[in-house]
Ligand binder design. Sequence first.
Ligand code: PLP
Length: 395
Amino acid sequence: MLPQKSEFAKYWSINPNTVFLNHGSFGATTKLVLEEQDKLRNQLESDPVWFLEEVVEEMWLDSILSLSNFLNADPKGMAFLSNATSGVNTVLKSLSLNPGDEIIVPNHTYQACWNAVDFVASRTGAETVIVEIPFPVNSKEEIIEPILENVSRKTRLAIIDTVSSPTGIRMPFEDLIFHLQSKKVDVLLDAAHGPGIVPLDLNKLKPAYCAGNLHKWICTPKGSAFLHIREDKIGGIRPLSISHGASVNGTIEEKFRFEFDWQGTCDPTPWLCIPKAISHIENLVDGGWSEVMRRNRELVLAARKILSEELGLDLPCPDSMIASLASIIIPNKGEIANSVFDTDPLHSKLIREFGIQVPVFNWPHHDRRYLRISAHLYNHIDEYKYLAKVLSDLI
Ligand SMILES: Cc1ncc(COP(=O)(O)O)c(C=O)c1O
């Protein structure tokens, strides 16, 4: 018998025969928001020209304002993109780097973004400065100090996660933005796990750049992400697709909107669903988003405790460094795959034989494998108890 899901599971379409503990990879969209997207798509397809010429602009602006309000961000610097990876690439490919310039990359950084840094570095003669962050890690100082020690006169940029992907650490990003930018190092905040999992106040934090996803923790349809650029940096960043906006005259702000808001024909509905997604989840529990984040965090904390007790493992970081994702170090490390495209055998066994959807990350940079759990409103503590029982037999 599979474990129960929570009372909120009815709002999602998650397969009842899957113990879905991987919200972190691609999110999961609620039924209501998918219905909204269907409605918008039908409207679009009834006259695509009318929709894209006459209807979309007001809805788009509404989405920009709704998201900017949610993140306390300046709407003038807010652009929609399809995913966080393209946000990171947009910034990196816009920078004019010189030979010897340095970009800081902590060694818990999402591999795709790390690859993008290596790519621009190799083309320009710049250097990727990899900072070793311990894991297990006991305090935020163990993260902040090595990063700051690696700042030099040549450091141009640092990529800092809100929550790290393989290790599920809620990074001390607020302190890091402050300290790095005080040393004149721009921060590219990777908020792929940002909105809806950690409180974000971009007007207060003022990162030079912030790339983030809505399709993860806000549960919008896939392909709904943003790049926020601080006011003084707007003129320096161009979209990945140079399109019509490039030949239109206007102020820097107007050019920004023309260039980022039209990068070629695409389906805008994932972005148009942002206001609905924010308000839908907000209204599921008393206390809105801060209560959603609190619940999800409490659930993942309880879950990782169960896993550590059942498996006799030490927790790799204190509770204060956890949001709604948590990783454990797999004790018998086995063979570490170098490619994300190689499926981990434990991951395959868990889904194929036990119906448990949970990621196992092979992380060659630490020579380890990590198993990461997520918690969103639809999850129930019994699901993690079931995972713990199954794992205790397998590892
Ligand atoms: C820290 C981090 N950065 C970037 C990404 C990339 O997100 P996307 O695939 O939406 O571009 C992820 C995805 O899980 C991530 O965890």
